[in-house]
Design a protein around this ligand. Structure first.
Ligand code: ZN
Length: 417
């Protein structure tokens, strides 16, 4: 390969698919999905098997204080590693690919490079970020966030599940299952990070494309809107004298829908909750509460349109009072520079079809990008179904994703200073 030197490592698609099948048995549900919350027996078993495969190859395994797991193939130089990975935990009614596919692709990439006998300059690592789905422990946070210092480790280790088990003791259980794993310091530097993940959306499959190169994890703003009028008798109050909160809320919702209409279909606008009070058949509604969730990969667009929500709500209301409160705001995380450039080189050299696209969902790479150049590879998934037991992807698509991870690691090893 021109940009990865003359080094070429082809992944073993059969081995990769077998391991997907094997992992899907750990926490398997009746409907063909997976229920594998962080550091439950099924997750610990998955972690131990992955660590075992790494050890069989002579790779080293390290586990940090929060239970993130690192499987390392040494390089010629003792330098920060070029890493790839994702998470092994799932939603309670999750699928066979979300998360674990990125872990298995990273392990396959390291093994393919090992099979090819390539000596890299930097060490290469396959990473399992702990607790990405965050369904078991409260308060919860992503292992990647804890690793980069975006969440306080002591508070997160004290988090408990419904049975009172702390994250600290769950991490200890993992250590006991992989007793030969060494320690790893939280925040230890990485040279670069690439995460492979199923798209969790329908676009790649619909467009018949092999790979998505992720440009950004889109930003979001979430707001509460309250419309306040007057409750009145539905039979005796003439229309001209009503302050009907539902009528104004509908006008507002329509105006917001127009505000966020995007001919390019990139903006995401959702009213997911809509409550009418008092909610009685014969009472003119005196109050409506609803939520607004907007998402966009461009922070300037998110800022400009998000700031128009309140004035548009006020203008659209004819008789009622309107209160707007922002409850959450998170900027978009762009992926630029060395990693997406290496991914694009890899995809072009393999002759795969691809497009650049933002990620609608959050991922570990968002946090890892705070400490090193990062990027993401998306693999098509059937009908875009995810966080769903019917989540599915083809062996061919999965193998292409892992191939791009392997090639990207080698290209980065050539290009990084
Ligand atoms: Zn995921």
């Amino acid at each position: 390969m021109a940009n990865g030197g003359d080094r070429r490592a082809d992944v073993d698609g059969d081995r990769l698919w077998r391991r997907h099948t094997e992992m899907a048995e750990l926490g398997a549900t009746q409907k063909g999905g997976v229920n594998r919350a962080a550091l439950t027996p099924a997750d610990v078993e998955a972690r131990a098997r992955l660590a075992g495969w790494a050890r069989d190859r002579g790779f080293t395994v390290e586990i940090d204080a929060y239970g993130n797991q690192f499987m390392r193939r040494p390089g010629a130089a003792d330098a920060p590693a070029i890493a790839s990975g994702s998470h092994s935990d799932t939603q309670p009614t999750g699928g066979r690919f979300d998360g674990i596919s990125g872990v298995l692709s990273a392990v396959e990439a390291l093994e393919a490079i090992d099979d090819a006998g390539i000596v890299t300059d930097r060490p290469l690592e396959a990473v399992i970020w702990n607790n990405e789905e965050g369904t078991r422990f409260s308060p919860t946070n992503l292992g990647s966030a804890v690793y980069v210092g975006a969440a306080p480790v002591d508070v997160m280790l004290a988090a408990t599940d419904r049975d009172g088990v702390t994250m600290r003791s769950a991490v200890q259980t993992l250590r006991e299952a992989v007793p030969w794993a060494g320690p790893r310091e939280l925040g230890a530097p990485m040279a670069a990070f690439v995460e492979s993940h199923i798209e969790q959306g329908p676009e790649l499959e619909a467009e018949g494309l092999d790979i998505g190169i992720v440009t950004a994890i889109q930003g979001t703003r979430k707001l509460d809107v309250e419309v306040v009028g007057d409750e009145a008798h539905a039979g005796t109050t003439p229309e001209r004298m009503r302050r009907d909160a539902f009528v104004d809320a509908v006008r507002i919702a329509t105006a917001l829908r127009e505000l966020f209409h995007d001919p390019d279909d990139i903006m995401r606008f959702t009213i997911g909750r809509f409550e009418v009070s008092p909610g009685a058949l014969a009472v003119v509604p005196g109050r409506v509460f609803f939520t607004v969730d907007i998402r966009h990969p461009d922070n300037a667009t998110l800022a400009r349109l998000g700031d128009r929500i309140e004035p548009v709500c006020r203008r659209a209301a004819s008789r009622c009072d309107v209160r707007v409160a922002e409850t959450r705001r998170a900027d978009s995380t762009p992926f630029e520079g060395a990693v997406p450039e290496a991914i694009e080189t890899a995809v072009r050299e393999r002759g795969y079809s691809y497009k650049h696209m933002p990620s609608g969902a959050g991922h570990d790479a968002r946090y890892v990008s705070e400490i090193c150049p990062s990027g993401m590879v998306f693999v098509p998934c059937e009908r875009g179904l995810s966080h769903n037991e019917r989540e599915n992807a083809t062996p061919e698509d999965i193998a292409r994703g892992a191939q791009i991870v392997a090639d990207t690691l080698l290209i980065l090893d050539e290009r990084l200073p």
